[in-house]
Every structure is written in C-alpha cells, then in structure tokens.
Design a protein around this ligand. Sequence first.
Ligand SMILES: NC(=O)c1ccc[n+]([C@@H]2O[C@H](COP(=O)([O-])OP(=O)(O)OC[C@H]3O[C@@H](n4cnc5c(N)ncnc54)[C@H](OP(=O)(O)O)[C@@H]3O)[C@@H](O)[C@H]2O)c1
Length: 330
Amino acid sequence: MREIRLVARAVGLPRPENFEVVDVPVPEGDGVLVRNAVFHVFPGLRVLVGDGEGETPWPRLSAGDPLMGAAVGEVVSAPDGASVRPGDLVSHFLGWREYALVPEGQLVRLDGELPDPAAYLAPGVTAYSALTREAPVRPGETVLVTGAAGGVGSLAGQIARLLGAGRVVGTTGSAQKGERLVAEFGYDAALSREEASTAEGLRKVAPDGIDVVVDNVGGAQLRAAVGALNQDGRVALVGTLSSQLAPGGSGASAPVELDVFELIRKRVSLRGVLAQDAETRAEWTRRFGGWLREREIAFPHVRFQGIESAPRALHELLAGEHLGSVVVDV
Ligand SMILES: NC(=O)c1ccc[n+]([C@@H]2O[C@H](COP(=O)([O-])OP(=O)(O)OC[C@H]3O[C@@H](n4cnc5c(N)ncnc54)[C@H](OP(=O)(O)O)[C@@H]3O)[C@@H](O)[C@H]2O)c1
C-alpha cells in the first residue's frame, strides 16, 4: 500500500517537496483494518508539520511520520468480538494512507445517514456547535463569519440562515469567492479581508451592528468584529487562519489586542470551540442529513483523485485556491 510521509519539518508554509509517497506493507496487528476511501486535508496540518514549538491539539509530526487527518473507509477485518464487521463504513483519524490499522476505540461506525461518505468529513459540526452552543444565534439576528469561504465558513453561513439569522455576512480574500458565497451559499454580502478589518467596512455590510461572530481568522478581523458587536454580542472562536496560514512564523500562536472596557460595556461573550461531544455530533449529523436530502444545504468541497495528489491538495488549500473543504479520494 502507499502512504504519505513527512520528509522534513517545514520552515514557513509547507510545500509538496516536504512530503513523499512511500510503498509500505499493509499494517498487521491488534486493531481494525480499514481500507480508506476518502480523507480530509485540513489547515491545522500547517502547524503540525512545521518547525514551531508549543502545545497543539494533535501531536506534532517528525520527519518520517505518516500524515493524518479525518478519513472514511470500509472495514476489511476486525478482531473477534469487535463492534464493527467487514464491510462497515467507519470514520477515524488515520487518513493519508491507503489502509489504516485503527484501535477500535478510535473508530466511529457510520450509519449511512449522509448520502455521500465524503460528507462525514465536512467540518460543519464545528459551525453548528458555534451557532447553537458557544454563540447561539436567535431568529432575525445578524451573523458575521470570518474566513467564510473555508470549509467551516462555507457551511456556517448556510447553517446560520437555516437557524433563522436575519442577515449573514462573510469575509474572504477573493472577490470571486465572495460572489459565490452570495450566489450559492446563503450569504447576504461578502467583504474583503481588508474591509473586514475596519469599522467602516463592517458598517457597510451590517449597518445595524453584529450579534454573533463565527471567527475562523482572528487578528485584525476579530478585533474589528468585536468593535462592531451589538449589546450582548457573542463570539465563537473557531480558528486563527490569519496567523495559522501566514507565510512567516510557525502559525502556532495568535495574539490579538482587544479593548476589555468595550467587552464589559457591551456584555460580550467570547468562547472557544473545540471537540464536540457525542450528542452534538449526532444532532448535527441528523440535521445535516435532513438538510442535504431536502437540498436546503450544500457541502462545498473540492475532490482530488488519488493519494499521490494529497501533497498538492494541501499546498493549494493553504494557498487559498479553493472554496470549501478539500478532500482526497484514495
Ligand atoms: N475549533 C475547532 O474545533 C476547529 C474545527 C475545524 C477547524 N478549525 C479551524 O478553523 C479555521 C477554519 O478552518 P477551515 O477548515 O474552514 O479552513 P480552510 O478551509 O482551510 O480555510 C482556507 C482558507 O483560509 C483563507 N485564508 C488563507 N490565508 C488567510 C489569511 N492570512 N487570513 C485570513 N484568511 C486566510 C483562504 O480563504 P480566502 O481566500 O477566502 O481568504 C483559504 O481558502 C482554521 O483555523 C482551522 O484550524 C477549528
């Protein structure tokens, strides 16, 4: 089988040369053998394969390690007494390889609730949790999504709309993506990264102020968004794209200066979003499946074919060439 390995930790943004496709034996031993069908290429890899220091949500990778990421595949073999059987569809975190030997406790058996296996890789549960838990949106409110054309943001706008938001605005680095966000993905208006970093820019698209922010970007956009919040405004802190994908640095820290006096005066809440519980995930999958079947939501994504295309897929994702999630069909 083939898998993708890190050749050397990247200095700055990783490039396809930082990775290699290697032939290795199909793994044997304790665990469930899964034939991967499709895996997710996610921006957090930039930090995990970089040369920075400090804590990260997943372990950093070293030269020679296979890459990883959410994957969906089919069980080939399972130990006696296991809760999954050959032929079952499962998800796990050992993507970037054709076969994975996965400890049973790290597998989730999929129920076929979503029409396309790739849809299980959609990062929508993050956006759904943000808009229902960390920064719940109420009917008629105005929602701002920063990084609106990414995997999370392109679902967040649609979810906000389905949950009853009155106005949904998003930020992107590309005018073309902005047009698509409005035409196809539930946004009322899109604004550039530069406009999104100023009070005037935000006032133009949200003249009555902002009630809820789903922040994928951090930095100057977060500071401006907080400035534009209405009384009792809520901010879900999801990501830090502005530092995570900056060419300099390691992407592993994202400092920003906020005016605490303003936060108190407006009674603002800021909450981090991470790792949803099983109940939130089940609720999301049920609603996502229903919305997909009713054609009320789209899963914006770009598919690359063949495991060997994965390093290029990561490069193009980090370069901002795509709208929505990036997945690789193994
Ligand atoms: N907390 C959680 O549980 C959780 C879960 C999933 C993801 N995340 C985080 O949430 C964030 C969004 O994830 P995602 O999967 O939606 O990302 P993504 O799809 O990989 O986003 C890629 C997009 O980021 C934008 N971008 C690139 N450089 C940027 C910069 N310097 N400043 C602002 N935007 C930039 C580009 O879009 P434009 O061309 O439109 O600017 C690019 O297409 C990431 O930080 C990710 O790590 C967190």
